[in-house]
Design a protein around this ligand. Structure first.
Ligand SMILES: Nc1ncnc2c1ncn2[C@@H]1O[C@H](COP(=O)(O)OP(=O)(O)OP(=O)(O)O)[C@@H](O)[C@H]1O
Ligand SMILES: [Mg+2]
Length: 249
């Protein structure tokens, strides 16, 4: 579904990601794992054409037959609207602090797939309910909700849009362990029930072991190993992967 080939990223002349290649197969959960600063989030930003100012990306990233690094902004917004949905690391910052949640949730979901506001309310109320959120949040502002609730709001939008590819940059400091677990369970459910292909960014090996089929290991801006989770856990090839796995116990 997504094939990244020799992706390199520079920010202000500094090489952040160096020739990384990996593949995200359809219908499965693929995890990118690596320590803080290894270039996981920047990799995602490059794929979505949202790198910070002063950045350059080279290489290719084929989503079906389209190279995400080469398409026009217009094509990219069409793809980002309905086919690729991203839950960013910091959910709070994904929302506009001065706009009520209802309007924002509509922008992130119903509007992207050209549903009317009435249709949106009909469908979204049920989705929120399933996620344990009251529809009263529609009248609230982001700062009135907890980090976990905002994360669930993003998942609600993903459930609504039914993207072909869901990219989730795992929340770190924003959520406590229990909520992180809940977030992962929601992703797993999305994959199982809707067959959504998922690319999950994390630095937690337990999460990889629990949910992912495939893993991509990043270290200092380089992809050092890729493989099936069970195989990599059993027979890691790369020295860094070995160290990483040993650190788990
Ligand atoms: N806006 C920016 N300007 C310049 N350098 C940046 C910027 N954002 C990130 N970097 C650098 O890019 C590198 C990779 O950052 P990135 O955010 O991709 O790491 P990460 O693997 O997602 O880490 P984490 O697990 O902490 O989220 C880091 O060394 C960081 O210093
Ligand atoms: Mg990150």
């Amino acid at each position: 579904m997504l094939k990244v080939n020799q992706l390199s990223i520079e920010i202000n002349g500094k090489r952040i990601v160096d020739g990384s290649s990996f593949f995200v197969p359809r219908g499965r959960i693929t995890s990118i794992i690596g320590e803080s600063g290894s270039g996981k989030s920047m990799t995602i930003s490059a794929l979505l054409n949202i790198l910070p100012a002063g950045s350059k990306a080279a290489g290719q990233a084929f989503f079906d037959n389209k190279d995400l690094l080469a398409i026009s902004n217009k094509e990219m917004s069409a793809i980002r609207g309905s086919q690729i949905f991203t839950v960013f690391q910091d959910a709070l910052n994904s929302f506009n602090p001065s706009v009520k949640m209802g309007k924002q949730l509509y922008e992130f979901s119903g509007r992207r797939i050209r549903h009317s506001v009435a249709e949106f309310h009909l469908k979204m109320d049920d989705i929120l309910n399933d996620l344990g959120l009251s529809k009263a949040i529609m009248e609230q502002y982001p700062f009135e909700l907890s980090g976990g609730m905002l994360q669930r709001c993003m998942i609600a939008c993903a459930l609504y849009v039914r993207p072909r590819l869901l990219i989730a940059d795992e929340p770190t400091s924003a959520l406590d362990t229990l909520l992180q677990k809940e977030f992962i369970e929601l992703l797993k459910g999305l994959n199982e029930k809707q067959g959504t292909t998922i690319l999950l960014i994390t630095h937690d090996l337990d999460i990889v072991a629990e949910v992912a089929d495939k893993m991509v290991i990043m270290h200092k801006g380089k992809v050092v190993e890729v493989g099936n989770v069970a195989e990599v856990f059993e027979r890691p090839k790369n020295a860094y992967t070995k160290r990483l796995l040993e650190s788990r116990f």
